[in-house]
Design a protein around this ligand. Sequence first.
Ligand code: DAH
Length: 335
Amino acid sequence: MNSTVSLQQLIDELEALEAEAAKNIDSAEDSKSLEILRVGLLGKKGSLSKVLGEMKNLSSQERPLIGQRANALKTQLQSLLKDRLELLKTKSLENMLLSQTIDVTAPPSGVKQGHQHPLIEIKNEIIDLFIGLGYGIAEGPEVENDYYNFEALNIPKDHPARDMQDTFYLEQNHLLRTHTSPVQIRFLENNQPPVRIISPGRVYRRDAVDATHSPVFHQIEVLAIDEGLDFSHLRGTVMAFLKAFFGDLPVRFRASYFPFTEPSAEVDVQWRGKWLEVMGCGMVDPAVLEGLGIDSDRWTGFAAGLGVERFCMVRHGIDDIRRLYTNDLRFLEQF
Ligand code: DAH
C-alpha cells in the first residue's frame, strides 16, 4: 500500500475538515464546548496539525500550496469560533435580561412600615389634650427618695396609706417612685404659682401581676395651682378631658381618699362590662402647699394621676395589661 499522501488527498482532507468544523462550531451551545472544539481543531495535537504533519511527503513545490490553504483555514476557523462565542454571549445576556425583568406593575413585596406602640400613642394623645388646655410638661426622676415620694405628699412614716403602694426600696433611703406625684413637689420647689403642668412617666409597685396590674406602668400627673381654684374646676377639667378622650363613654366620679388631696375622688370608666379605675384626683391638701412655703389661703389647686395603660385598655378593648409589654407583633399589628 502506498503510504505517501498525494496533494489531492490533503486538499480533500482540508476541505472535509473545514465542512465538519463549520458544522460543529455552528451547533456548539456554550463557550465550554467551543473551547473543546478549538483545541481539537487548532491545538498542537489538533486535526489541522495532523494534516500538516502529513505533508512532509509532498514535493517542495506542493508543500507551500497546502501550507497556504492550511493557514487560510486556520484563520477562517478562528474567526468562526470567535463569531460563535460572541453570538452565544449575546444570547445568554438576552436570556438573563428576559428572566430578570422587573415587573413594575407587580404589587410591592413590601418592607413593612412600623408604627408607635399603642401605649405610647395613647400617652401622646393624653399629653396633647392637656397641652391644648394650656398645661406645660415637667419631668422627675424614677429613682426617688422617701421625702418626695411620701413625706412631702403628706404621707408620714407608718401612715397606713403607704400600704396602698407597695414599694420597691433601694439602698440609702432611695426607692423606685410608686407614682408621678413627687413631681408635684419637685416642680413647686422651683416654681411659684400659678402653675399648670402635667408629668408623664414610669412608676413601679410590688403589685401582684394580674390582668390590670403590672410592677411597672405609666402615669400622667396633672397639677394646677392658682387663685380661686375649687372642686368645680377639677371636675370641669377632668370631665372635659374624659369627653375629649373617650367621647360619650359612661364615667363615674367616686369619693376616695389620698393623703395629698382633700377632698379626693377616683374616676372609673366602663371596660368590658365593668367599672375600671383610670385616675385618682382631688383638691391639693393645704398641708402639702404649706410644707412648700406656699400660702394656702391665697393659692388652691387640684391634682390628678392618670393610669396610661388603663386608658389604652379601655380605648382599644384590651383584656390584659400584660399584652402591652410582651411585644407580640400579632397583637401590636392590630393598632
Ligand atoms: N398618686 C396617686 C396614685 O398613684 C394617684 C393620684 C391621686 C394622683 C390623686 C393625684 C391625685 O395627683 O390628686 O395612686
